[in-house]
Design a protein around this ligand. Structure first.
Ligand SMILES: [Zn+2]
Length: 118
């Protein structure tokens, strides 16, 4: 299995398949990520990871760890482009303020949208 941690984010990984064991907390709690409002069945489903209403930037995770919230992305060209190619994936250094961070993320998100071929 390829599992490349993304620099600057120790809890983000690009992998070629769903990790059985979370490389971060070593628990078998990695599940398929589901975005948005879950159906009542999904809400009680222990076999999925709920992203909820705060999407990942710049692209949603494919899987998530229910124990430590580590994020995993399938190594599709689109995900790689969004996370490490067309869009800078470097997380703003910690000395930046929250306001600066969200401004940067917004800029990257706009760049990323421009590069998408739908
Ligand atoms: Zn974990």
């Amino acid at each position: 299995m390829k599992c490349n941690p993304i620099p600057e984010r120790e809890d983000w990984f690009i992998t070629d398949r769903k990790p059985t064991i979370c490389p971060r907390c070593k628990k078998k709690e990695v599940r398929k990520a589901v975005l948005g409002y879950p159906s009542p069945e999904d809400f009680n489903n222990k076999n999925i990871y709920l992203i909820g209403c705060i999407p990942d930037m710049p692209i949603d995770r494919t899987w998530g760890c229910r124990n430590c919230d580590a994020g995993f992305w399938k190594d599709t060209p689109r995900n790689i482009a969004a996370l490490g190619g067309l869009v800078p994936h470097q997380w703003p250094p910690e000395e930046r303020t929250e306001k600066e961070k969200s401004k940067l993320m917004w800029k990257w998100f706009q760049e990323w949208k421009k590069n998408q071929v739908f």
